[in-house]
Design a protein around this ligand. Structure first.
Ligand code: GDP
Ligand code: ZN
Length: 478
């Protein structure tokens, strides 16, 4: 396990600005001397003390509640002091300065971002996936994301990971025991049904990965890019989805010269919707810069909405755009302004000409996946709102979101990478096991590698670099 300097640390733990209360938090191996010099009286662990906060000259700075947690029974696993004063920036700064002064002998210093939680991890109060969930809970932008972050924080994800890791270790122990008795090697696979056991582990890993992917969509959200010719209604659609006037809508082609983005939530999933400059050949340099940026956004999209005018759909320029869209990204062809179609009396997508209506096949939609190039079609009117609910659902569908999966824990790209490396090693193990001349030590080695990759999620094997990367994105005071 990585070590850390045991210098005590301090930070204002509440958000900057004014508030009813503000909290200064200190963590260190032994804070009894500091508490004594700050308050002149011994503090009882886990009791709320109402005390004056005084400066070095004995003049009052504030008065409030002090909590003292004796390590290891604290958030960080060390001694923790929490001073709750009034939540004004000047008061809290004075309080912080006063503590730094009183803690000079103990070398009390400002905490780095996430340092309290990093200590909690290093003192095994939390595993790494749980520590990440702390930041995710704070950053959660929807209730669904907050619920899922809490599920991770309470260890639901880690429990699944640990259970699988244990099963891999168990299988490996059987193999390694056999390795000591070479004459039994031949029987091993059959005797312990190693092949079947491994197959079951791989199945369960695939399940876990599916759930983790949901958890990642919930955490990272989806990049949805609105692409299409000028004037087809991209900005109007963005406004309609976002429910307010964020992009400029005008009847002059080429108005949206730069991208405008808006975050919306559908079923708790954050969608970053990006409006782009209309894609067309142009002589105008400013406009062409906008168009170049549009293509850059399109390259990064999780889902592309290729918006077209339902009256002129699939014309030459639309075909040119279609050809240029990246093959790996799912595309939703959306035909806007159906209210203007000749027989638009009912304003329903069903009034689309036949070649536009192919899309309504729900079976096709459910096969959507983020890695295959799939196309769906849909008629809408950004003006009347017709078809927008269908569009919202289809966006999630295409990205692989499964609403029936009950509030999964949140996951990160790091977790998915670890899961996929684990799967690769298990696949190699299965190959070794399936040969007649199966080589047990290779089988065992792949199991070992699979186990190490899986345990990276909970942080059993971590480098200082990885920890630095993870905790530096935390806020100060957490
Ligand atoms: P963009 O250039 O693709 O962003 O297109 P805009 O959103 O600026 O819209 C261009 C014009 O089409 C504006 O006059 C809009 O009011 C109009 N428009 C957009 N969507 C619809 C629609 O669904 N029905 C009708 N009738 N007009 C629309
Ligand atoms: Zn626009």
């Amino acid at each position: 396990m990585t070590s850390y300097s045991h210098q005590p640390i301090i930070a204002i733990a509440t958000a900057p600005g004014r508030g009813g209360i503000g909290v200064v938090r200190i963590s260190g191996r032994d804070l009894s001397a500091l508490a004594q010099s700050l308050f002149g009286t011994p503090l009882q662990p886990r009791h709320a003390h109402y005390l004056p906060f005084k400066d070095a000259q004995g003049q009052p700075i504030d008065a409030g509640i002090v909590l003292y947690f004796k390590g290891p029974n604290s958030y960080t696993g060390e001694d923790v002091l929490e001073l709750q004063g009034h939540g004004g920036p000047a008061v809290l700064r004075r309080l912080l300065e006063r503590c730094l002064e009183a803690g000079r002998n103990q070398e009390l210093r400002h905490a780095e971002p996430g340092e309290f939680t990093r200590r909690a991890f290093l003192n095994e109060r939390l595993d790494l996936a749980q520590a990440e969930a702390v930041a995710d809970l704070i950053d959660a932008s929807s209730e669904a994301a907050a619920r899922s972050a809490m599920a991770s924080l309470s260890g639901q994800f880690s429990t699944h990971v640990n259970a699988l890791a244990d099963r891999i270790v168990h299988l490996r122990m059987l193999v390694e025991a056999t390795l000591d008795f070479p004459e039994e090697e031949i029987d091993f696979l059959e005797k312990y049904q190693a092949g079947a056991t491994l197959a079951k582990i791989r199945d369960d890993l695939a399940d876990l990965t599916r759930q983790a992917r949901q958890g990642m969509i919930l955490r990272e959200g989806l990049q949805v890019v609105l692409a299409g010719q000028p004037n087809v209604g991209k900005s109007s659609l963005l406004n309609a989805l976002a429910g307010d006037e964020i992009a400029i809508v005008t009847p002059i082609a080429g108005t949206t010269r730069d991208k405008v983005a808006q975050q919306i939530h559908i079923q708790g999933v954050p969608l970053h919707i990006i409006d782009t400059a209309g894609l067309r050949e142009t002589e105008d340099t400013v406009e062409s810069i906008g168009i170049a940026r549009s293509w850059a956004e399109i390259e990064k999209a999780d889902v592309i909405v290729h918006l077209q005018d339902a009256r002129t759909h699939n014309d030459e320029l639309d075909s040119a755009i279609t050809q240029r869209l990246p093959a790996r990204t799912p595309v939703l062809k959306v035909f806007n302004k159906i209210d203007l179609l000749a027989d638009a009396a009912s304003n329903k997508p069903a009034t689309l000409p036949n070649d536009l209506a192919v899309a309504a096949d729900p079976a096709a939609a459910s096969t959507g996946s983020a890695d295959a190039h799939v196309e769906f079609r849909l008629g809408i009117s950004a003006k009347t709102g017709a078809g927008l609910d269908d569009l919202r659902h289809k966006l999630l569908d295409i990205a692989g979101w499964n609403p029936s999966t009950e509030s999964p824990w949140l996951a990160r790209e790091r977790h998915l990478r670890a899961l996929s490396l684990t799967a690769e090693h298990l696949e190699l193990a299965a190959e070794h096991a399936s040969h007649n001349d199966s080589v047990l030590d290779l089988f065992a080695e792949e199991l070992r590698l699979a186990h190490d990759d899986l345990c990276a999620i909970t942080g059993q094997f971590t480098s200082d670099d990885l920890l630095g990367e993870i905790f530096s994105s935390f806020c100060i005071g957490k």
